[in-house]
Design a protein around this ligand. Structure first.
Ligand code: NAD
Length: 477
């Protein structure tokens, strides 16, 4: 089977396009062939999206936009298994976790459907300034126009919807460029929107690589906003070439989790096993750095190693599988090299550290230093480091010693300490008594420092996908 871009409701997968294969990360079998977008497809996609915005979406009533999103959610709910299997096939995400992603995606659609009907403005008290006595000031929110959405492989459905659903709710059109590693979830999603009644051209899909399709999308003059989730180097490039467009960047992290001595060790270990190793650590808020106060360190480490060794590795299609493959062999090899680099510098492997093909066994490291890649950079692999600490000041300084700042977890029964630490962390979101990896789809989500710019979480993304317009009225005396 071959799939191509979808522009104005029609698929473009004729033979004259370059092709690329998507292979299963688990067994390397070809899942699908891609007909890559040509330059003219990109121009057509953006220009058609631009015209559809002015002719249709900008004029569509809020209740209609809400209905389309609700119907899309309902259809997805009828097809949870199909979407979960697609995510599992193309990304290697174990089926239980793929199903979780689909369920969260349905929630994103429902949040957006509700919010579509609650986009409000305000009235300015114009008489607050001398001379404004007989004037009225209205502030309203308008859609931006064409939103370019570029997404990564690791949550191919949920993260795409965190862009598409609020954009549609606000009355924009979208040109969607999904990760070339996981395009099938995106293709099925666009079809679902079509079936739910989204007008042709309101969501155009471009199948292509980052360089050939992503880059020209970012610099296209008819695109009004770029919303990107992906790696820091690509985010940096996008920031440089986006010019005057609005930009949201959801980038990487090396998330810290801080366990004070009054933490419930057993419960927290279980949560952190999932938090560090789910989807082989290929989660932007994966628990990468685990700081444990010294008098519970040994107990934590022993239990953490034990529970990690109980994880079931293997075929992502099996219900019992906890850990499947990484996205490709190069990524698994890269992660293994980072482990070797740390060991050379004095780190110790407590468990794991073995790579075969796309599989990397869940790895716990100790004796780590801040100059090791597994600490300083985003590891994006099933590797967690456990680090002892003594004082609150020391652990805050260590946690903040990072170019990233996306999400953190702080564990303590002392609420004063919890809030004090949360206030001092240079991080976009802090969970208290919950792991850094937990995300709900309606809270503000987005990093500081080099973790990104702007927030998602449906309401917050929606605000960023609108522009404030002021309308002033001078009344006749
Ligand atoms: P990636 O940056 O390699 O690719 C992401 C997308 O960008 C893909 O669609 C790719 O084709 C496109 N792209 C690549 N080069 C481009 C260019 N020059 N111009 C425009 N687009 C381009 O990321 P990935 O490997 O798919 O995903 C992993 C990364 O995503 C990790 O760094 C992870 O932390 C990050 N991520 C962040 C969040 C978050 O919410 N902050 C969530 C998930 C993943």
């Amino acid at each position: 089977m071959r799939i191509g871009s979808i522009i104005n409701g029609k698929e473009r997968n004729e033979n004259d396009r370059h092709t690329m294969e998507v292979k299963s990360p688990y067994n390397q079998e070809t899942i699908i062939e891609l007909a890559l977008a040509k330059k003219e497809d990109l121009d057509d996609g953006v220009n058609n999206s631009y015209h559809t915005f002015h002719s249709t979406m900008k004029r569509m009533a809020a209740h209609e936009r809400g209905d389309i999103l609700r119907k899309t959610a309902n259809r997805m709910e009828e097809n949870i298994e199909e979407f979960a299997k697609t995510i599992m096939d193309e990304s290697g995400k174990p089926i239980r976790f793929s199903r979780e992603e689909v369920k969260r995606s349905i929630q994103v659609l429902r949040f957006a459907s509700e919010l579509a009907k609650h986009i409000t403005g305000e009235i300015i008290p114009m008489d607050a300034a001398v001379g404004g006595e007989n004037k009225i000031g209205l502030v309203k929110r308008e859609p931006l126009g064409v939103v370019g959405a570029i997404t990564p492989f690791n949550f191919p459905l949920n993260l795409s919807l965190h862009k598409i659903a609020p954009a549609i709710a606000a009355g924009n059109t979208v040109v969607f460029k999904p990760a070339e590693k996981t395009p099938l979830s995106a293709y099925k999603l666009v079809q679902l929107f079509q079936e739910a009644g989204l007008p042709d051209g309101a969501l155009n899909l471009l199948i292509g690589t980052g360089e050939e399709t992503g880059e020209p999308l970012v610099s296209h003059e008819n695109v009004h906003k770029i919303t990107f989730t992906g790696s820091l180097p690509v985010g940096r490039k996008i920031r440089e070439s986006a010019g005057f467009k609005k930009v949201t960047l959801e980038l990487g992290s090396n998330s810290p989790n801080i366990l004070f001595e009054d933490t419930d060790v057993e419960q927290t270990v279980t949560a952190l096993v999932k938090g560090a190793f789910a989807f082989s650590g290929q989660v932007c808020i994966s628990a990468q750095r685990i700081y444990v106060q010294r008098n519970i360190y040994e107990r934590f480490l022993e239990e953490y190693v034990k529970q990690t060794e109980d994880l079931k590795l293997g075929n992502p299609a099996k219900e019992e599988t906890d850990i499947g493959p990484m996205i490709n062999e190069e990524e698994a090899e890269r992660a293994k090299l980072w482990i070797d680099d740390a060991v050379e510098k004095g780190a110790v492997i407590q468990t794991g550290g073995k790579q075969y093909g796309t599989m990397l066994t869940p790895t716990i490291m100790t004796n780590v230093e801040s100059n090791m890649k597994i600490i300083a950079e985003e590891v994006f692999a099933p590797i967690a480091s456990v680090i002892p600490f003594d004082t609150e000041e020391e652990v805050i300084a260590s946690a903040n010693d990072s170019i990233y700042g996306l999400q953190a977890g702080v564990f303590t029964k002392d609420i004063d300490r919890a809030i004090r630490v949360a206030n001092q962390l240079e991080i976009g979101g802090v969970w208290i008594n919950e792991i850094s990896t937990y995300r709900q789809d309606n809270h503000p989500y987005g990093g500081v420092k080099q973790s990104g710019i702007g927030k998602e979480g449906v309401k917050y993304a929606l605000e960023d996908m609108t522009e404030i317009k002021f309308i002033g009225v001078k009344l006749k005396q």
